[in-house]
Design a protein around this ligand. Structure first.
Ligand code: IPE
Ligand code: IPE
Ligand code: MG
Length: 225
């Protein structure tokens, strides 16, 4: 049985789900948030220590302003309403991505949520916001230059946003699209990847547990035998 330390998820398909229901893309985003809550609960139940959720990419700024505004409004509401639940569930929240671009208000909300949950010892949720791997790599390289570090695997790893976080054992992408879209390209080098046809709002606890069960029977080689 493989032990699961870290699950990473590319939560894709909200917009199409909204259209499928003859409503807006934003309607799909709102429903997607319900799936997020369910999957968090299930991750806690399964005693998995890290859950990384891809919520907004460095490329998602190309979307209409009304959609971007809605997504960040959802995020603010979520953090506002869920913070007590996160505390109750002993969950620690960490933001990965480039926060510099965010408004002072949002920066403050993110910082407060991280600060408040920082001593929680249960599940750690890494929320990927304005996250893109290419930018993360440049961030790591710049830090290595600044501190005159040798370029090697350990130092690149230790200077990414994900420093001190083990690599994902499982990567899930919903939404019937078989691509990685600039997500954790270094960290998923040996992850087991599951592409799911269902759109994110339709993804259930049962679907999640099926993947977890499947994973536990996979033989991981890491290049060995
Ligand atoms: C959610 O799915 C991912 C986010 C950027 C929040 P999408 O919004 O990409 O939905 P689709 O892929 O267009 O259906
Ligand atoms: C990836 O989904 C980003 C998130 C889930 C946040 P996208 O919908 O942005 O990916 P592409 O553009 O279809 O590759
Ligand atoms: Mg998409």
């Amino acid at each position: 049985m493989n032990k699961i330390n870290h699950v990473a998820i590319i939560m894709d398909g909200n917009g199409r789900w909204g259209y499928k229901k003859k409503k807006s893309r934003n309607y799909g985003h709102r429903e997607g948030l319900n799936t997020v809550k369910k999957i968090i609960d299930e991750t806690v139940k399964n005693k998995i220590h890290y859950l990384t959720l891809f919520a907004f990419s460095t490329e998602n700024w190309k979307r209409p302003k009304s959609e971007i505004t809605y997504l960040f409004k959802l995020l603010e509401n979520f953090l506002h309403k869920k913070i007590d639940d996160l505390m109750r569930q002993n969950i620690k929240l960490k933001i990965i991505g480039n926060k510099k671009i965010f408004s002072e208000k949002l920066k403050k909300i993110l910082k407060n949520s991280e600060k408040k949950t920082k001593n929680n010892s249960g599940l750690q949720i890494n929320l990927a916001l304005n996250y893109g791997f290419k930018e993360e790599l440049i961030y790591s390289i710049n830090k290595m230059i600044k501190y005159k570090k040798k370029i090697n695997v350990k130092n690149i790893t230790d200077n990414l946003y994900t420093q001190n976080i083990p690599d994902p054992d499982i990567l899930i992408r919903t939404g019937n699209t078989n691509r990685i879209s600039n997500f954790m390209l270094w960290q998923i080098a040996y992850s087991e990847i599951f592409f799911v046809k269902k759109l994110w709002p339709d993804f259930t606890k049962k679907d999640y547990n099926k993947i977890i069960n499947k994973y536990s029977s996979i033989k991981r080689n890491f290049g060995g035998l």
